[in-house]
Design a protein around this ligand. Sequence first.
Ligand SMILES: Nc1ncnc2c1ncn2[C@@H]1O[C@H](COP(=O)(O)OP(=O)(O)OP(=O)(O)O)[C@@H](O)[C@H]1O
Length: 364
Amino acid sequence: MAGNDMQALVLDHVSHSFGGVLAVDDLSLSLSKGEVVCLLGPSGCGKTTALRVAAGLEALQQGRVIIANEPVAGAGREIPPEDRSVGLVFQDYALFPHLTVAGNVAFGLRGLSGSEKQARVQEALGRVGMAESAAAYPHMLSGGQQQRVALARALAPQPQVMLLDEPFSNLDARLRQKVRDETLHVLKESGTTTLMVTHDPEEAMFMADRIALMRAGRIVQEGTPAALYYQPVDAFVASFFGEINQLEGVVVTEQVSTPFGPVDAKGFADGAAVAVLIRPEALHLSPPEQSANGSIPVNGGAVEVMASRLMGRTSLIHLRSLDVPEQETHFHARVPGRFLPMENQRLRVELDRSQAFVFLRETD
Ligand SMILES: Nc1ncnc2c1ncn2[C@@H]1O[C@H](COP(=O)(O)OP(=O)(O)OP(=O)(O)O)[C@@H](O)[C@H]1O
């Protein structure tokens, strides 16, 4: 197989149960060399189990695991974790407290001479900006520094694949952003194929070339962050990436009416009960007589402001519909920067239809 086509990591129809609980249900996922892929999903959906099966920390029950084109688990074969060429980083940095930083990073290096080992340790610590702390002990470092050392330790043997499980979740919010930024650049510069588990959609969008969103042991949708955000396959995916306005409607000639005008429902039968999901940033607000581009909008609606709040980089406006006053739900619009209309002010709203999604209503 040509170099570029090489699949660095393949999980092939992997299933895994604990007692009667099916934690991973027929999961297949391939990572190309150098790709950063995030396994994303709510608590308990099976992300960690899938990662542990890939690492060999859970014995494979069903399916196959292939690393750099070599089957490492499946069909009676089970190569132990230390022989799989994987680097592991978990949320608790798990450094050895009695070893120095350099000692920790050197720990997993095998088959190298003393000077080669030293050079590799220096290189790995340099990558994460910790070269000057080589002689320090873990307790002398901050959480963020310890996590960088853990990353260096995992990278030092130059593994085929890095497996990261919630690696930033023990860090406070500011430090988390800094360390994940550094981690992304280290992984990309070193060209390391990475599978990372997270429950945080923003973190996944920050880190991932591709996201595999899981629910109840299965991958619901896999693709670029933009694909999942703009072309969600169902309401679960659409609503996983942040708050979303949800309306109910009925399809009439392939359209659903909303307080902001009709929305396309191509392919849905007449009378189908649907949910319309609208992202807050899809509601564009303007003064009553004027639309965003200066003309009276053909599609759109009249709304009244219930409350306005500055949220930092965006403003959040709570709205009620004047066109459909019996509509019980109120709506949230998110506008970039500072936009704080007065309570009870009337506005026009235009809908960006590329961020309005129609799905059959789930009946159960
Ligand atoms: N060692 C175990 N023994 C029994 N059940 C387990 C074990 N590990 C995981 N499970 C169960 O398997 C399911 C998937 O767990 P897993 O930890 O893989 O999910 P997750 O998506 O990583 O969740 P979280 O983010 O909360 O860790 C859950 O129902 C969990 O309770």
